[in-house]
Design a protein around this ligand. Structure first.
Ligand SMILES: [Zn+2]
Length: 217
């Protein structure tokens, strides 16, 4: 799996480009993202945008990318309706209205999204892990052969965790969700904001669990 990160502008989420054709989250600063994405891969080559959750800073630029590429949009099944909700999506908080975005693919816990063949010629997948907390329909994505976790806003590098005080947060489920992640072997952590951790990220996830146990007992 090739992972390239578009370093965000302002309050944008990180944007991860997988194998030059799949995006994990799309950010919101449309012009900035379109031009930086073009440096990584032709925008027209993007086939799929996977949203870790329906917050505007993660999906505001998606309509422009979809318009140029025809990419399909995927999100967790119970998160889809928040895409159209100015309050739950935090669009108003970022000074925007919701674009008319309808997902093509609704994800479920345990789904495996194919991303192409790895170095050994075998098909690789992003596995969907439902992690309610930051929002009730948040999901993380795990790629087994590289031991990589894309954690959205559930947790961040160096033991950070996402806020769980939004209208559609599920604070009481946050600690259990992070506990589920500690069962994985994670070398590379690609969070929704801030710098990725590219070595022994298990330690970072354990610190996030401790933090969440204090914040969301
Ligand atoms: Zn968020």
């Amino acid at each position: 799996m090739i992972v390239e990160r578009i370093v965000p502008a302002y309050y944008d989420s990180n944007i991860y480009v997988i194998n030059k054709k799949i995006l994990i989250d799309a950010g919101m600063s449309t012009d900035y993202i379109l031009s930086h994405l073009e440096n990584v891969t032709p925008v027209s080559d993007i086939e799929l945008i996977i949203l870790t959750h329906a917050h505007y800073d993660h999906f505001g630029a998606a309509p422009a990318i979809i318009k140029k590429s025809g990419a399909k949009l995927a999100i967790y099944e119970t998160e889809a309706s928040a895409l159209q909700d100015e309050d739950l999506s935090s669009a108003l908080m970022f000074g925007h209205t919701c674009p008319n975005l309808t997902p093509d693919i609704l994800c479920h816990d345990g789904d495996k999204i194919p991303i192409g063949k790895g170095e050994n010629g075998e098909e690789e997948f992003l596995e969907v892990i439902h992690t309610p907390g930051h929002t009730s329909g948040c999901m993380c994505l795990y790629e087994k052969s590289s031991k990589s976790l894309f954690s959205g806003d559930t947790l961040f590098s160096e033991g950070g965790i996402g806020r769980a005080d939004f209208g559609n947060s599920a604070a009481e489920k946050m600690t259990k969700s992070i506990q589920k992640l500690t069962a994985l072997d994670i070398q590379n952590l690609y969070p929704g904001h801030g710098t990725p951790t590219l070595k022994n990220a298990n330690r970072s996830v354990e610190l996030s669990l401790k933090f969440s146990e204090r914040m969301n007992p």
